[in-house]
Design a protein around this ligand. Structure first.
Ligand code: ATP
Length: 204
C-alpha cells in the first residue's frame, strides 16, 4: 500500500486545511523544533485507527483537535484524509473488494461526538479501517511508522511483542481479529444449540 496524499484540517497544530502530496521515492519533512513534523506522522497513525490518546501524546482523543492559540480560537473538529494506492494483490475483504486501486480513508472527530470513519465516501466502523490496513501489512502500529523513541522500544521489547511486530509486517495481524470474531460466533452458536437441545428435551 502506498500513501499518495495526506489532508489535515484542525488536526493538532494544522488548524488550516493542509494537503501534502507524497511523491514516489524518499520523502523528508524538515522544519524547526515544534513546527509539527511529528504531528504529521501522528495524523497518519490516527487516520489508520489509532485508539490510544496516550500514543497521540494527549490525555484524551479530543486533544488532537486544534486547541487554539492567543490569536486563533480552538476548532470544534479535526479531520484527516489519507489517499492510498493498493495493488490488486492486496485487495481482500469486504471493503477492499469494492475498492481496488485508490482508497480514500477519512477520520473525523468532533468535540463531544467521538470519531467517525469513511472509506471511499462510505461510512464504516473503526474496526473495518483497522482491518483494511492490517490486510495491507500496515496500520497505526506498523513498524514502518517509526516515531521518536521507537527504536529503543523495539530493542527493549519482549519476544511476544516482537512477534506481534513481525506478524503485522507479514500482513497476518488482521487474521487474528477475524479468528477472534469467528470464535465468538462459534461460542454463540454452541450456546444456541445447547438451548435447542434443552427445549427439545422438554418437548419430548
Ligand atoms: P521536534 O522537532 O521538537 O520533535 P516537531 O516538529 O516534531 O518537533 P511536533 O511535536 O509535531 O513538532 O509539534 C508540536 C507542536 O504542535 C507544538 O507547538 C504544540 O503546541 C502543537 N500542538 C500539539 N497539539 C496541539 C493542539 N491540539 N492544538 C494546537 N497545537 C497543538
Amino acid at each position: 500500500m502506498k500513501i499518495k496524499r495526506l489532508k489535515l484540517s484542525g488536526f493538532k497544530s494544522f488548524v488550516d486545511p493542509a494537503e501534502l502530496r507524497i511523491e514516489p521515492g524518499l520523502t523528508g519533512i524538515v522544519g524547526p523544533n515544534g513546527c509539527g513534523k511529528s504531528n504529521l506522522l501522528e495524523a497518519i497513525r490516527w487516520v489508520m485507527g489509532e485508539s490510544s490518546a496516550k500514543s497521540m501524546r494527549g490525555g484524551g482523543m479530543e486533544d488532537v483537535i486544534f486547541a487554539g492559540t492567543a490569536t486563533r480560537p480552538a476548532r470544534s473538529f479535526a479531520e484527516v484524509t489519507i489517499l492510498t494506492e493498493r495493488p490488486a494483490s492486496e485487495v481482500i475483504g469486504p471493503i477492499g473488494a469494492a475498492n481496488d486501486g485508490d482508497v480514500e480513508v477519512v477520520r473525523r472527530i468532533e468535540r463531544g461526538a467521538g470519531s467517525a470513519y469513511r472509506v471511499n465516501g462510505r461510512d464504516v466502523r473503526a474496526k473495518d479501517v483497522s482491518l483494511l490496513f492490517a490486510d495491507a501489512a500496515t496500520g497505526a502500529h506498523s513498524p514502518a511508522l517509526v516515531s521518536q523513541g521507537k527504536i529503543s522500544a523495539v530493542i527493549a521489547a519482549k519476544p511476544t511483542e516482537r512477534r506481534m511486530m513481525l506478524e503485522e509486517a507479514a500482513g497476518i495481524a488482521g487474521l487474528h481479529v477475524r479468528r477472534k470474531d469467528a470464535e465468538q460466533k462459534l461460542r454463540a452458536t454452541e450456546t444456541n444449540l445447547a438451548r435447542l437441545d434443552e427445549l427439545l428435551a422438554d418437548m419430548a
